[in-house]
Design a protein around this ligand. Structure first.
Ligand code: ASP
Length: 409
C-alpha cells in the first residue's frame, strides 16, 4: 500500500496540538523541567538553523529584488508608479499594524512573560540617533555577517544591488551568480521550513509547560490584533485606492478579486497564487501587459500583510520580554519591516524568517519567535491574502494612471 504523506500545514497543526497537550500535561504534573531539558533543545536546534539562514536569505533576496526592480527602468513610468504604490501602501500597513499593536498593548492585552535566564533583552534602548545612523554603515562586510547586524546587511545589499545595476552589462556574470546562489539559499530555506513541525512541537510544549495555559489566550489575542489590522488595511487602503485612483467600485473589486484572495488564504503563497491573481486582475479590467509586470513583481516585493504581521509580532514579542518600545524604535520598526517585507519571498512561511531579521535589528532575542511560531500558519493565511489583494489593486491603479497619461481616460 502506498503511504500517503501528510502535507506540511497538517504536520504543523498536529505538532501544534500535540505540543499544547504535552505542555499542559507537563504543567499540570509539575514536569516543566522535562520540557526545558529534553524538548526545548530540539527547538533550539531549529532556531539556530533559522538564525543561520537569515543573513544569506536577507542579503541575496534583497539584491535579487533590487536587480529585478532595475529592469523596470526599461518599463519606465509603469515601473516607478508601481514602486511608489508598493512603498506607500507598505508603509501605511506598518503604521496600521503598529497602531493596533499599541492599542492592544496599551490595553494590557499583551503579556510580559517570566523568561528564563538567557532570554532577557540585551538590546540598546537609548542609542543616540547619530550613533544609530553611523552604526548602520558597515566598515567590514564579514563582521556585519558574523554579528548578523541586519541594518548593515540591508545596506550592503542595497549597495551591491545598486552597483550591479550601475555596472550594466559587465555585471551579467555577477547577476547570474547571485541569482543562482539565491536559488540555493531558497532551497535551504525550504528545507529548514520542512523541519518546522519538530520546532513547533518542542517549543510549544515548552512554552505552554512553563507559561501555563494562559499563553494560548495571549496567542489568540495577538492573532485577533493582526487580523483586525489586515481587514482595516484592505477596507481602508485598497477600497480607497481602487475607488479614488482606478474609479472602481470597492465591492466589485473584492468580489472579483475573491478567487485570488481565497486561493492565497489557503495556499499561503503569493507566488503560487499568481495564475489566479492574473485571472482576477483581468476580470477587473487591468491592462494585460501592466498586470503581467505588476503581479509577478508584487508577488516578490509587495507584502503589506507581511509588514503588518511583522509590526504586530515585534511589539508583542517585545512586550513578552518586558520591553516597552519608544517612538524612535517604532520608526525603526516601520523602516525595517518595510524592507523585510520587500525581501520576503512569496512562499509559505517566509515572512516568519524575515521576522527574525526585524527582531535582530531591534535587539530582541530571536528565540522569542518560538512563542508565536506554532500559530504562524494562521498569521500567514491572512497576510498572504492581503499581499495578493494589494498586487491586484496596484495593477488596476497603474492601468488607470497610464490611461490618463495617454489621454484615454
Ligand atoms: N506567505 C507570504 C506570501 O507568500 C509571505 C509571508 O510568509 O509573509 O505572500
Amino acid at each position: 500500500m502506498e503511504k500517503k504523506k501528510l502535507s506540511l500545514p497538517t504536520q504543523i497543526l498536529i505538532a501544534l496540538i500535540l505540543g499544547v497537550v504535552v505542555g499542559l500535561i507537563c504543567s499540570a504534573t509539575g514536569q516543566a523541567d522535562f520540557t526545558a531539558n529534553y524538548l526545548k533543545p530540539f527547538g533550539t536546534i531549529f532556531i539556530n538553523l533559522l538564525k543561520f539562514i537569515v543573513v544569506p536569505v536577507v542579503l541575496l533576496s534583497m539584491i535579487d529584488g533590487i536587480v529585478s526592480m532595475g529592469d523596470m527602468k526599461k518599463i519606465g513610468s509603469v515601473g516607478w508608479k508601481t514602486i511608489a504604490y508598493f512603498l506607500c501602501t507598505t508603509a501605511i500597513a506598518c503604521i496600521i499594524g503598529l497602531v493596533f499593536a499599541n492599542i492592544f498593548n496599551g490595553a494590557g492585552l499583551f503579556p510580559t512573560l517570566a523568561l528564563e535566564e538567557g532570554a532577557e533583552w540585551t538590546g540598546n534602548t537609548s542609542a543616540k540617533f547619530m550613533d544609530t545612523l553611523v552604526g548602520i554603515f558597515p566598515s567590514n562586510m564579514w563582521e556585519s555577517f558574523r554579528t548578523a547586524n541586519m541594518l548593515q546587511v540591508i545596506v550592503i545589499a542595497l549597495l551591491i544591488g545598486g552597483s550591479i545595476l550601475a555596472a550594466g552589462e559587465k555585471a551579467g556574470p555577477a547577476k547570474t551568480l547571485l541569482s543562482s546562489l539565491y536559488s540555493v539559499v531558497e532551497n535551504l530555506m525550504t528545507f529548514v521550513i520542512k523541519l518546522s513541525p519538530i520546532g513547533v512541537f518542542t517549543m510549544m510544549a515548552w512554552v505552554v509547560a512553563t507559561q501555563g495555559a494562559s499563553i494560548i489566550g495571549d496567542l489568540a489575542l495577538v492573532l485577533l490584533c493582526a487580523y483586525i489590522a489586515y481587514i482595516l488595511h484592505a477596507v481602508l487602503v485598497y477600497s480607497l485606492s481602487v475607488k479614488v485612483f482606478a474609479g472602481h467600485s470597492p465591492i466589485d473589486f473584492f468580489k472579483k478579486a475573491s478567487p485570488a484572495m481565497i486561493f492565497a488564504f489557503t495556499s499561503t503563497s503569493s507566488a503560487a497564487t499568481l495564475p489566479v491573481s492574473k485571472e482576477s486582475a483581468s476580470s477587473l479590467g487591468a491592462d494585460e501587459d501592466i498586470a503581467a509586470f505588476v503581479l509577478p513583481l508584487g508577488a516578490t516585493v509587495n507584502m503589506d500583510g507581511t509588514a503588518i504581521y511583522q509590526c504586530v509580532a515585534t511589539v508583542f514579542l517585545a512586550t513578552c520580554c518586558g520591553i516597552q518600545l519608544s517612538l524612535g524604535q517604532m520608526v525603526t520598526i516601520v523602516i525595517t519591516a518595510t524592507l523585510a517585507s520587500i525581501g520576503t519571498a512569496g512562499v509559505s512561511g517566509a515572512g516568519m524568517i524575515m521576522l527574525a531579521m526585524v527582531l535582530t535589528a531591534m535587539g530582541i532575542p530571536v528565540d522569542m519567535i518560538m512563542i508565536i511560531y506554532g500559530v504562524d500558519r494562521l498569521f500567514d493565511m491572512g497576510r498572504t491574502c492581503l499581499n495578493v489583494t494589494g498586487d491586484i489593486a496596484c495593477s488596476l491603479c497603474v492601468t488607470r494612471w497610464e490611461k490618463i497619461k495617454e489621454g484615454k481616460a
